[in-house]
Design a protein around this ligand. Structure first.
Ligand SMILES: [Zn+2]
Length: 390
């Protein structure tokens, strides 16, 4: 019989934990695609795995130009109470510098670096480091060659001279896309000097629930599945931190001298059971979400036009569930880089630009933080708005 097996521990995956309804899927770029999303849970290591999309290769080759529109473009990490916006790259640099004590002249490789904003920002703080870049796509080379000399970046294959060469290898939000994460992490580990550090950030589906239904995120790691993966390639896990970066795990692991046997802590199986029940809750949330959107839609006045607050994944999800999406006149967002663009053929506006006649606003934000974020929206508070939450 043909069955899927876990990308991390190779256990068979037989029963889907979640399946999108209506036969459609959403990608991380907020595109609707035909075909259901199916997510499986591994009973051995608590890894969640999404069935690979049929045309993955062409998706990455042609569609996946994430944030390639401009060099400065970034995503908002959070908006401070005083209205100051913190961008994701700045937050990532801050956390990395807090966690790692980089020696002077340290050799660093950013594996899966895309347009290399992390390395650029890091150099602004630490001009002494020796940065190197790697990605599977050649489309980012124009960004790299502006500030990194040839020989310090590679596409598709890493040079053999990089074996055992680096003090630090980083991976920011790329392992969730990898079809063979063990092979990739093994490669990253082999490029570290003995004692060198692997530093990676991946989404945490329990605190960033949208991750579950993103079609092109093949892997949704849990703390146990990360531990299993890293141990198996000879890395000693120093910390799996689920608080420093909202909605994500920040992982620090060190290369030990010899590839150790995979020795997992005694409480491993207990952790797995614990995680499986949390993952089940996330799956149940999404199984009910589409229905909840439609029943709230049915309660709106029949001629009411609405807006969707959030031009990211949650906003796209709400739009995809509506029975009458034509009643949405715009998306609202605080990210200035999105202004002038469209999502679902609707303009993306700043909250202050919300048309006066709109009284009902869907909140397309991470449900964990949505109420707090909305309560800080002074510009909408002065109007008598009704907010509809996921
Ligand atoms: Zn597994």
């Amino acid at each position: 019989m043909n069955y899927l097996s876990c990308n991390v521990c190779a256990a068979p995956l037989t029963q889907a934990l979640y399946q999108s309804e209506g036969g459609n899927s959403l990608t991380s770029l907020c595109q609707v695609r035909p075909g259901a999303t199916r997510v499986y849970a591994c009973g051995r290591c608590a890894h969640l795995q999404t069935e690979e999309m049929a045309d993955a290769a062409s998706f990455y080759e042609s569609d996946y130009g994430i944030l390639i529109n401009s060099e400065e473009e970034d995503q908002i990490y959070e908006v401070m109470p005083d209205g100051k916006q913190v961008y994701r790259t700045d937050h990532q640099v801050k956390v990395l510098l807090d966690k790692l004590s980089l020696s002077s002249g340290a050799r660093i490789l950013d594996y899966g670096c895309a347009k290399s904003s992390m390395t650029k920002r890091l150099l602004a703080h630490r001009s002494d480091i020796q940065p190197h870049l790697f990605d599977v796509s050649a489309r980012y080379i124009p960004f790299w060659e502006k500030f990194i000399e040839p020989g310090r970046w590679a596409v598709h294959e890493t040079p053999s001279a990089w074996q055992g060469y680096f003090d630090v290898v980083t991976s920011f939000f790329s392992m969730e896309h990898m079809i063979q994460p063990e092979a990739s992490v093994r490669k990253m580990a082999a490029m570290l000097k003995p004692g060198g550090t692997l530093y990676c950030i991946v989404p945490n589906v329990v605190t960033n629930v949208a991750d579950l239904i993103v079609l092109d995120h093949v892997n949704h790691f849990s703390a146990p599945s990360l531990r299993y993966l890293l141990k198996g390639v000879g890395l000693d896990v120093e910390s799996i931190d689920d608080t420093s970066h909202r909605g994500a795990f920040v992982v620090v692991a060190r290369r030990v001298n010899e590839v150790e046997q995979r020795i997992l802590p005694e409480e491993f199986d207990h952790d797995v059971q614990n995680w499986l029940s949390r993952l089940q809750d996330v799956a149940s949330f999404w199984s009910n979400a589409a229905e909840s959107v439609r029943s709230q839609e049915a309660e709106l006045p029949p001629d009411a036009e609405t807006a969707i607050y959030g031009a990211g994944f949650y906003g796209a999800f709400i739009a995809s569930c509506l029975k009458e999406p034509q009643r949405v006149v715009c998306h609202l967002d605080q990210n200035v880089y999105l202004y002038g663009r469209r999502l679902n053929d609707r303009p993306i506006l700043s909250p202050a630009q919300l048309p006066k006649h709109i009284r009902n606003v869907w909140v397309g934000l991470n449900p964990t933080h949505a109420r707090q974020i909305v309560s800080q929206l002074d510009v909408l508070k002065v109007r008598s708005m009704s907010f509809i939450f996921l």
